[in-house]
Design a binder for this molecule. Structure first.
Ligand code: GLA
Length: 739
């Protein structure tokens, strides 16, 4: 039993293998949060303190007891109106135009299995793997309900949370703020880890102390965004990769969001994750409800590496779906950086032929194959194959590519329209434009109003008509601008449109994965502008960044790895000088970095030397050799890129082998040696450490070529000494195998 209700103490405890989460229904019916941390038994209400605190009011029922205040007690679902002046998880505008909600416990149920959320992505699990807790809270004055859902996956140390607001009142209400996850911690000295960025430089890790006042990150863009990622961590100030307490929250949502962390007047910490408040006012008529997306929460008492591994395992095995969750994914070549919009059917076939010759397994036709799209000025919305440009039908092109022994994939951007398109001429009101205003353009395109079903239906039919023309086995689903000019002609309230847009997107994706269960979908939004757990439910991999420079990718993939598994990160070897940074890095380094993701290529093989080609063949063989380890192994960040030598490790879950990859930023004369403590090995087992030498790999100093035998304990405690760089951007891979 992972969920236990103690009738006497009125506590509900959620236990996972290594963690415990506890709440209590108190004497006034408030649902208080008692504890989240290492596995523990017993009742933790001794952690609550009751003092007479000035300017912290008391609920009426407390009578003359000035020591009881919701302003200081930790809560499960804080709302405005109970005397808690901290940041609330929920604000509702009631029928009488007041903003007060006073939620009290009504009932709860515990059931086997994990709840699902209609129309929304969510973690899934068998009845034997999970339990669900549902707690019903009610504002007795308005009758509005808050139904709290908790999913507990004991083996994964994961607890998920969602909330449903039910308008059981007699009039119209509107939900102004909703954060399904709130974590009130009575003590501690925490840092807030967030992942900020920009187009072509996503998910840089920022670690800042949680102070008095609220630190808030989020996205107002209608998508999860390049600028802030909807996954955050609260870590003890002195927590490291392998020690200390840390809490993670990953929002399973692809729209606007916000996460807030702060200390209250008593230095207690609150962390929230939910919808962005801007342009949000979700209308509910009597009887209607709003189900929030869920948040995946995990706790590690053993530092950040364990926290990340918890996220990775859960996302990989209980959020990602479909054939390619388990099946080996093909190594692809994408046409974008090879030819951009400038191609013909013949040039594509030449590219595919050369890629096939290198051992690449799938050809992906990127942007430019439809309508009159020869640049980013026009064409989006007209999903008709440009047979003139291809010189044949799409079906014929695919047949030829399949004939080379390659799979075929295609790029689409269904949520968009250019003003220069048939679609826009016919349905100008299908794009987000506010009547009387000129819209913001971005990359010359406007966003289609996916909050309207007829728009989603129409585009869905167009896209299916393309996919049905041949043996398409992969889709790159792109989305190349932020939302603006939010106005939907048919909506009863504009405050619902941004969320309904995301529901429209999910509806489209759900229909697509059901109709084409064998197609692998890769998400993309100008690279990693919509890299979130919501998308991973439909697209098991997401193009990590448009920036394919191996050195920039060290930071991008490092930040991404805190919450997302390697199998989710689209990563390609591209040409040098890099198209985004102009940097020239060794082909070996580019491959080592891309292998820490969903591996592929994005270059023109025609411009490669024979030596490069031989090297690529060897890389492909190496990726196959290490596929299971790289995709399903336990990931460790051994040294951050900021140290100048970025080192990561993937260890087999049974400790049988590990692959350590190191990338130096610069070579130094007479350098000191880098030593890393290898993790995840069996202490008493002996391992042979071999520096991998492949076609194109540099020769290290000779002493590093001799295989070394060390025990797991030695490797973890004393560490492994890495060969120094022989040139800038040097990469080394060391393979550790059980003797
Ligand atoms: C976005 C993507 C790129 C490429 C282009 C095509 O920028 O991130 O990979 O597909 O669009 O227009």
């Amino acid at each position: 039993m992972s969920i236990i209700y103690d009738e006497k103490q009125k506590t509900i405890s959620l236990h996972t293998k290594n963690t415990t989460y506890q709440m209590q229904i108190d004497r006034y019916g408030f649902l208080l949060h008692l504890y989240y941390g290492r596995y523990a038994e017993g009742c933790m209400d001794y952690l609550l303190t009751y003092y007479d605190r000035g300017f912290s009011g008391n609920p009426y029922e407390a009578g003359t007891d000035k020591t009881y205040s919701m302003d200081s007690l930790p809560q499960e679902f804080p709302s405005l109106g109970t005397g808690d002046y901290r940041t609330p998880a929920c604000i509702i505008k009631n029928t009488d135009r007041t903003y007060c909600s006073d939620f009290r416990y009504v009932t709860h149920t515990i059931r086997e299995g994990k709840y699902s959320l209609p129309g929304l992505p969510a973690v899934y699990a068998d009845d034997s793997e999970a339990q669900t807790l549902e707690v019903v809270l009610e504002d007795p004055v308005t009758g509005v309900l808050a139904v709290l859902l908790y999913g507990v996956l004991p083996e994964y140390d994961v607890i998920t949370r969602s909330v449903k607001i039910v308008n059981a009142s007699k009039g119209y209400i509107s939900v102004k703020k909703l954060a399904p996850a709130c974590l009130d911690l009575v003590g501690g000295d925490y840092d807030f880890l967030t992942f900020y960025g920009r187009h072509a430089m996503e998910r840089n890790c920022q670690r800042m102390p949680v102070g008095h006042g609220t630190s808030k990150i989020g996205s107002l863009r209608g998508t999860s965004s390049h600028q802030y990622n909807p996954a955050v961590i609260l870590a003890e100030h002195d927590a490291t990769e392998d020690a200390g307490s840390c809490y993670g929250m990953a929002f399973v949502y692809s729209g606007g969001f916000q996460s807030e962390a702060g200390k209250d007047q008593y230095s207690q910490t609150r962390l929230l994750m939910g919808f962005s408040e801007e342009q949000f006012a979700y209308p509910l008529n009597p009887g209607e409800d709003l189900q929030s997306p869920e948040v995946i929460m995990t706790y590690s008492g053993e530092g950040l590496a364990k926290l990340s591994q918890n996220f990775h395992r859960c996302i990989r095995t209980h959020l990602c779906r479909g054939k390619y969750k388990e099946t080996v994914r093909p190594i692809l070549i994408n046409s974008w950086e090879a030819s951009y919009f400038d191609f013909t059917g013949e040039s594509l076939l030449a590219l595919a032929r050369q890629a096939a010759d290198l051992g690449i397994e799938m050809f992906v036709l990127d942007d430019g194959w439809f309508g009159n799209r020869d640049s980013d000025l026009r064409g989006l919305g007209d999903w008709k194959v440009n047979e003139k440009k291809l010189g044949c039908s799409l079906g014929e092109l695919i047949t030829k590519i399949n004939g080379m022994g390659m799979k075929f994939g295609i790029w689409i951007e269904p949520e968009m329209v250019n003003e220069g398109s048939e679609l826009y001429r016919e349905h100008p009101d299908w794009a987000f434009v506010i009547p009387g205003r000129r819209p913001n353009r971005s990359r010359y395109q406007l966003v289609l109003d996916f909050s309207r079903k007829e728009v989603v239906d129409y585009i869905y039919e167009q896209i299916c008509a393309v996919l049905d023309q041949g043996n398409v086995e992969y889709i790159k689903w792109d989305m190349n601008r932020s939302l603006a000019d939010i106005y939907s002609a048919t909506a009863d309230s504009q405050g619902r449109v941004l969320h309904d847009y995301v529901l429209g997107l999910y509806d489209f994706l759900e229909r697509l994965v059901n109709r084409y269960p064998n197609i692998l979908i890769e998400g993309c939004s100008g690279g990693g502008g919509r890299f979130d757990a919501g998308m991973l439910y439909y697209t098991p991999q997401i193009w990590c960044s448009d920036n394919s420079d191996a050195i920039a990718r060290l930071d991008i993939q490092y930040g991404t790895s805190f919450c997302y598994p390697c199998s989710a990160m689209g990563a390609h070897v591209s040409a040098v000088p890099n198209h985004h940074t102009g940097r020239v890095t060794p082909l070996e380094t580019r491959a080592c970095v891309a292998m820490a993701g969903a591996f592929g290529y994005e270059l023109d093989p025609d411009r490669l030397s024979d030596a490069d080609k031989a090297e690529i063949r060897a890389q492909i063989a190496r990726f196959h050799q290490f596929y299971d380890l790289l995709q399903y192994g336990d990931y460790y960040r051994l040294r951050a890129p900021a140290t100048g030598c970025s080192v990561w490790e993937v260890a087999a879950p049974d400790g049988g082998e590990a692959l350590v990859t190191a990338v130096y930023k610069t070579v130094e004369a007479n350098a000191g040696l880098v030593r890393v403590q290898v993790q995840g090995l069996a202490p008493d087992t002996r391992y042979t450490v071999t520096l991998l030498q492949h076609e194109g790999t540099d020769r290290p100093h000779p002493e590093f070529l001799r295989p070394v035998v060390l025990t797991g304990r030695e490797l973890e405690r004393a560490g492994l000494v890495l060969p120094p760089a022989r040139r800038d951007y040097q990469a080394w891979q060391l393979h550790l195998t059980r003797c």
